[in-house]
Design a protein around this ligand. Structure first.
Ligand SMILES: C[S@@+](CC[C@H](N)C(=O)[O-])C[C@H]1O[C@@H](n2cnc3c(N)ncnc32)[C@H](O)[C@@H]1O
Length: 216
């Protein structure tokens, strides 16, 4: 059984059950052939790439999905590695971007090969991590990177300050955060905010936030 629901600003055909990204990967790849749904996302990624440029090590795309953003960052000159826990999404990432490395793993980065990390980007992936685990992951990242390392997070946002809210994401359990709450979690882990963008599209039900920080 299927229904039409809004997703990232456009209609997406979804199953009434939420079998997760593995089961949805083929449909997801058909539905989202482009890395960005809104122009502001491209600008944010470009600013992130500028911040990461010249830093030693790999830029990690956490929850890279189809790998489209990783590929865009690679075209902008970064040495990128994608990490994702969904085997189905990784099949598409490797098919679509065979020149890039992708590893099976999650936001803890436990499976990431050793080596310096130039920068970390996590777009619409930490929403699928329980809030306490997000805080733990951010602390882990802080322990693995040098001072000055840029970290960009993007997520569906909450309008009201307060703790993260569970919401009915069409693919997997998810939480949306008020930008101040997420910025505080980043600050608590050791990341200082450089800028944030909060934008709202008339076709999508939630605001979306992007926060760029640097390791203190
Ligand atoms: C909405 S997609 C976003 C994909 C990509 N980052 C982008 O911007 O297009 C969310 C991705 O997060 C991944 N994900 C889910 N749980 C995760 C976790 N615990 N750690 C890292 N990624 C996760 C999913 O497998 C999926 O590929």
């Amino acid at each position: 059984m299927t229904e039409i629901q809004p997703g990232f600003g456009r209609a997406i055909l979804v199953a009434m059950t939420q079998p997760g990204y593995d089961a949805m990967a083929d449909l997801y790849a058909e539905t989202f052939p482009d890395p960005y749904q809104y122009p502001i996302e491209r600008h944010a990624a470009a600013a992130f790439a500028d911040a990461a440029a010249g830093r030693p090590g790999r830029t990690v795309d956490v929850g890279c999905g189809l790998g489209h953003v990783a590929a865009d960052l690679a075209e902008r000159g970064l040495d990128v590695i994608g990490v994702d826990p969904s085997a189905g999404m990784l099949v598409h990432a490797r098919r679509l971007h065979p020149e890039l490395p992708f590893v099976d793993g999650d936001a803890s980065l436990a499976s990431l090969p050793d080596g310096p990390i130039a920068a970390i980007l996590a777009r619409f992936s930490l929403i699928h991590v329980a809030p306490a685990q997000v805080r733990a992951a951010l602390c882990t990242w802080a322990g693995r990177v040098d001072a000055g390392t840029p970290v960009l997070v993007a997520f569906q946002a909450a309008d009201e300050p307060g703790p993260p809210l569970a919401f009915d994401h069409v693919v997997a359990p998810a939480w949306r955060w008020h930008p101040d709450t997420f910025a505080q979690a980043l600050a608590d882990a050791g990341f200082a905010e450089s800028w944030r963008i909060v934008h709202r599209d008339k076709d999508y039900r939630f605001p979306m936030a992007q926060i760029l920080t640097h390791r203190r």
